[in-house]
Every structure is written in C-alpha cells, then in structure tokens.
Design a protein around this ligand. Structure first.
Ligand code: ATP
Ligand code: MG
Length: 657
C-alpha cells in the first residue's frame, strides 16, 4: 500500500537532495499489535511532557543500591544521569534474576564454529562471573583499572566483561579480528593493566592466532602486568612465565561469590573504539547508570522482548552492537541470548538459518552488509530451513537499501515479521531511531522515528530544522546512554560532535524527513556528492542500483571530473549466477536514471566481487574515492581485507586505460 504523502523531490531549505521515492509500507499485524510490549502511542507523549520523570521511571525498573537524587544534569556538552545513584551492572544482569524463576533459564546458548556447544543458565553465568571477578582481584585489578579484552566469540568474553563490571574495573574490548598494532595502540591509549585473550579462535575453518598476535602487541605495552589466556583449543602458542596465566587455572578452587561493587551512576563502565569508517577510531567512554537504563529499555521496546524469546544479535561483541544487544541489554532483561563464534558461510551459506531452526530463534538482529551477502548467495540457503520460530527481525550498522529490506522481510521473515531498522552509533550507546514494532507502520529503508524520549532533527547548513527534505541529523536533548567523552581527549569530543551546530550533537550522518515525519538515513555527510549543484547522498544512488534484479550490493562515490566538476563512480557486486558485462553496465545506468533521475546517472560502473569494508562490515567509501581519483589510498588500518583495495585499484586503472 503506498504511503499517503510521498517525499517531495526538492525543498528549498534542504541541505541534501531527496531523490528516492520509496512508497511501500507495512502495518503491524493485529496479532503482533495485540501482544506487543508497547501497544500504545501515549509513551511518546509521556516522554515529551516530562522527560526526566519518564527516564526516572524507566531507570527504576533496575535494581539500585542507593537511589539517585537528581535524574539529569546538563551542561552542554556534558551530561550526568541519575546523580548520586549507586548500582552494579553485573548485579542487574545476574543477581536479580537468580532469585526467581529465571535461575535455571538459559542465559547464554553458545555455538562454536566447529559445532561445539555450551549452555549457561543464569545461575551458571552468575557463578562463572563471580569466580572470574575474584580471579581479577587476585591479579590486583581494582576499581577504575582498565582491562583490555581481545577474544574470540566464546562465553568467557561476556563473563570477563561482567566480571569487570562486578568489581568496578573498566573493560575495553578490542575486536578479535584486529591486528597486533591495533591492539597495542588501544591498550596504550587507555593504559590497561591486564589483557584477557585466548590461545585462538575459529573463523571460516581457520585458526585465529589471538595469543600469538597479542604477544606481538605486548612487546610495546608497558602498562600490562598480567595476561589471562582462555584455552579454546590445542592451538600452538607460548606462555610467558610470571606474566601469563591460564584462565582455567585461575578459576580452579576460587570462591564463587564476590560482592558486587556499588558503583556511582557516573562511574565508567567501558571504553570502546569506533569502527573507524571515517578515520582514526575514537575511544568512546560509557558510564554505568544511564547506559544500563538505555540499553535495558531499548532492548525491551524495540525488540518487543518477552520472557520466552530466544534472542540472537549476530554482531561480534567487539563492536558496540555486541556490547549493548548481545550482553548488557538482553541480560539486564533476563533474556535467553544466542552467541555464535564463527562466520555465516561456514561450513555452508546456511549456517545462520540452521542455527535459527535448531535453537528456535524468535528475534534475529543483523547488519545490512550481511543481508546483502545473503541476497547475493540466493534464496536456496534460507529455504533449506524452517524459520517459523522467527517473529521479529532487526538491522543495524548502515542504511539498509529498500530492496534488501524487502528481501529480508520476505525470505527470512516469511512476510510476517516486522523489520526494525535501528539507527544508532558507538557514541549513542543505545538505539535512538527505530520503529516500535507493535505500533509503527514500516517503510522499507526508513528507520522511521526517534524513540520515546529522543529528540532528533534534520537541519540545514544554518542549523535550522528542515521540515521535509534532506539535511544533517542532529540530536537536541541528552539521552541516558550517551557517550561521556572521548577517552583522554575532551577537546576532540567538543570538536567532533558539538562544534558544527552549537548546542546540538552532530551525528555526522545525513538524513531526510518525509511528509509523514519519517526519517531516512542517507549515510555519512562526508560521502555526500556535489553533482551540478545538487547534493546527492550515496545511499540513494546505491539503493537505485540494488533495486535492479542482478545487483546485490553497490557503493558509489563522487570523483573530480574535468567537465562536470563531480562525476559518480559506482562499484557494483552482482548476485551469484548473474552475468556482468557492458550491457549490464548500460542497463544499470539507465535504471538509476529511471529510479531517481538523470542527475544521478553514474559516469562509470565497475563490477567487483568484493567492496572494501571495515572489520565491522561497513563500506569504506573514502578509499573508493581515492581509487576513482587515482590518488594514493588513505588510511587502511581498519580495513578487513587490504587485498580488496589492491585488486580494485588494478581493475579500475585497467578499465580507465
Ligand atoms: P567512525 O566514527 O570511527 O568513522 P563508525 O561511524 O563506522 O566509525 P560506528 O559507531 O560503529 O562507527 O557506526 C555508527 C554509524 O553507522 C552511524 O553514524 C551511521 O553512519 C551508521 N549506521 C548505524 N546504524 C544505521 C542505520 N540503521 N541506518 C543508517 N546508518 C546506520
Ligand atoms: Mg562514527
């Protein structure tokens, strides 16, 4: 059914053009609506009328040792939430559940890539966390100390995080796919005292030699006093006498009770570095009370979480999505969490669907990059499995192209699971823009509206609200899980987020608002292309390309052009079994013209099996721009596979000559 009010093509105040006119829409079914956790629109009004009362009420669903005396102190750009309140994160994720019916409920169902499996009930997880908290204390870790974690996706990873939170240590998880240098720099930036790692992990049937790489990093990290090593397999590596300790030996015979440290609401919980899509990663600081309140509430609202759900967020815990929606949000809610160690195409391209079927997963949350890979592999893979247990799907990480959204809705959700497109950042800590699946009508490609209590806006160059049309996405009021800064760099914090529009948090992303007030994320403003006086978002041209039946994924960039000023270069991945060739290139250019207009016609199209992505799976357009302009390629340290860039560069140069 078409949307009532299509987006007008241009608006004089707009800072970014709105070209794509997506009109499909989906309403929640009556069945879903009737059972939904949030059934009633009035939650939005409550949050607007009395924001502090609203967040205070949400926070009171957590267990506090000492109640706060003030909900919010806001001195731009510094927010403090629940001042004077004391609580412990691990206590909220564990202790309060083991006293009741959740004691023997599965907290974590873990599947290793080779097929091994472990299930920990809330009681099991509670004991492991308490023991490891005591082990950390034995190594001299105290409140406020930083602990770096460099691990595969194994249960010891959330156990280590929760153990840190239990004793008030600050954890900093470094994604296990990062190099030794990346680990070293992150350890040094925060002066971590202990490193927790593993002998190795499994990825696509290969061993990831974590301890070996960690040893490389440890040559340049003088702050590290101890290293704890989880034994994942029989992986070759070396233990350094005095410094390195096996996890299982430390846990042997240690007490399974450790008092939870009462933490101030504003005490630091963790530091996490951003994905580094736009440049050097930033060490984002999150604190205790506001963060937990934000992830607790959004898990419940956005995923419509129920006691009997089996919740699977496929993100690696090394990214913020894993922190907030594998560990803290679901466990604070007492949910059953699925955790998988490996890759979606190992041993075959149906691994995720096999796990969904076997564990009867009900809520599935993944990234557009994964969805586009599933599209590329074809529908025969999900068709091998009965996915009837699924009732809600989610996506996060990049704008989702409408075609990918519809594919996901039909082929994974069987046409009857709401898809929640959730916009947020490492900095925001929690989901900020997303549907509430029981009440929000969905439009493929739109993250819909800010959640209750969140005040977002789309503004033009002058910081004025763009009522309908495209512009810069900003946040106007503080929210509980917002970052409290960039670790050790208050100046960069102000400069990065608060200088572009005084008094407003600038997200760095573009967005457009349609006549229904729906928000459509347009990608990063650094990537916006200036073509013949039009400001065109990469997202809209990419979505027009992905709309073609042969295309699985596309990335476009604007490059300098002698005559036009800027020309659009498109890098396109086609679906398996489809033919690429000069005819297809011509067809795709015309397809873009038909979908969004002549102005967006790509000058050239390069077919490629892979696009350059960060290790979290996001397309790095700045590197493609360098290739298209024949420049030396910029910083590639956060790139997942540097070989992709080398191949693309050669191919691009061949095509040009
Ligand atoms: P860096 O800031 O270092 O460049 P990054 O921005 O990639 O890294 P993250 O915090 O992991 O690091 O990613 C947040 C960004 O991801 C958002 O600013 C936005 O660009 C994009 N994003 C996340 N979710 C969505 C979504 N649902 N729709 C559109 N974009 C999204
Ligand atoms: Mg960012």
């Amino acid at each position: 059914m078409p949307a009532k009010n299509p987006t007008p093509k241009h608006s004089s105040a707009a800072a970014i053009d709105a070209l794509l006119d997506e009109r499909r829409s989906y309403q929640p079914s009556n069945e879903f609506r009737e059972k939904a956790t949030i059934r009633d629109e009035s939650i939005y009004a409550q949050a607007i009328t009395d924001p502090e009362g609203f967040w205070g009420k949400v926070a009171s669903e957590l267990d506090w040792f000492v109640a706060w005396n003030r909900v919010l102190e806001w001195k731009t750009p510094d927010a403090k939430w629940f001042l004077g309140g004391k609580l412990n994160v691990s206590y909220n994720c564990l202790d309060r559940h083991i006293r009741g019916a959740r004691r023997n409920k599965a907290a974590l169902i873990w599947i290793g890539e080779p097929g091994d499996r472990r299930t920990l009930t809330y009681w099991d997880l509670y004991r492991e966390v308490n023991k490891f908290a005591n082990a950390l204390k034995k190594l001299g870790v105290a409140k406020g100390d930083r602990v770096a974690i460099y691990m595969p996706m194994v249960p010891e990873l959330p156990i280590a995080m929760l153990a840190c939170s239990r004793i008030g240590a600050v954890h900093s998880v470094v994604f296990g796919g990062f190099s030794a240098e990346a680990l070293r720099d992150r350890i040094n930036d925060q002066q971590a005292k202990v490193l927790i790692t593993a002998d190795g992990g499994w990825r696509r049937g290969q061993i990831v030699p974590l301890k070996h790489d960690a040893d490389e990093a440890l040559k340049g990290t003088p702050s590290i006093e101890h290293v704890v090593v989880v034994k994942r397999g029989e992986f070759p590596m070396h233990m350094k006498e005095g410094r390195d300790h096996w996890w299982h030996r430390l846990m042997d015979g240690i007490s399974d009770h450790c008092w939870p440290e009462p933490m101030d609401s504003e005490d630091m919980l963790y530091i996490l570095y951003t994905s580094g899509t736009t440049g050097k990663p930033k060490g984002i600081v999150h604190t205790t009370g506001g963060y937990l309140t934000g992830v607790y509430a959004t898990t419940k609202w956005v995923f419509d979480l129920k006691e009997e759900d089996v919740f699977w967020c496929t993100a690696d815990i090394g990214w913020v999505t894993g922190h907030s929606y594998v560990v803290y949000g679901p466990l604070a809610n007492g949910a059953t969490v699925v955790m998988y160690e490996g890759s979606p195409d190992w041993p075959d391209k149906d691994r995720f669907w096999q796990i969904c079927e076997e564990l009867a997963v009900t809520i599935f949350y993944t990234a557009p990059t994964a969805i586009r890979a599933f599209m590329k592999w074809g529908t025969e893979w999900p068709k091998k499995h009965k996915l009837v247990s699924l009732r809600l799907l989610g996506t996060v990480g990049e704008p989702i192209n409408p075609e990918a959204w519809v594919w996901y809705h039909e082929n994974i959700g069987g046409g009857n699971c709401p898809v929640v497109d959730t916009w947020w950042q490492t900095e925001t800590g929690m989901i900020l823009i997303s549907p509430l699946p029981g009440i929000t009508g969905l439009k493929p490609g739109s993250a819909t509206k800010p959640l209750p209590g969140i005040v977002a806006d789309v503004v033009n160059e002058q910081g004025e609200s763009v009522k309908v049309g495209g512009g810069y996405l900003v946040l106007k009021r503080p929210w509980p899980a917002m970052l409290r800064g960039i670790y050790g760099d208050p100046e960069r914090y102000r400069e990065q987020y608060w200088s572009r529009f005084p008094g407003l948090y600038f997200t760095g992303d573009g967005a457009k608002r349609d006549a229904d007030g729906y928000l459509w994320l347009l990608g990063r403003v650094d990537d916006v292309m200036n073509v013949a006086g039009h400001r065109i978002s990469t997202m809209e041209v990419e979505s027009a390309l992905v709309d073609h039946p042969s295309v699985a994924e596309a990335a476009v960039v604007g490059r300098n052009h002698e005559l036009k000023g800027t020309a659009i270069s498109a890098f396109v991945t086609i679906k398996e079994g489809k033919d690429s060739g000069p005819e297809l290139a011509g067809e795709l250019k015309e397809h873009v013209v038909k979908k969004i207009g002549k102005i967006a016609r790509p000058e050239e199209i390069l077919f490629t099996a892979d696009l350059p992505k960060t290790r979290s799976g996001k397309i790095m357009r700045r590197l493609l721009r360098d290739i298209a302009e024949g420049k030396a390629v910029g910083d590639t340290t956060t790139l997942a596979d540097p070989a992709v860039i080398a191949r693309l560069k050669t191919k691009y140069e061949e095509q040009e000559s």
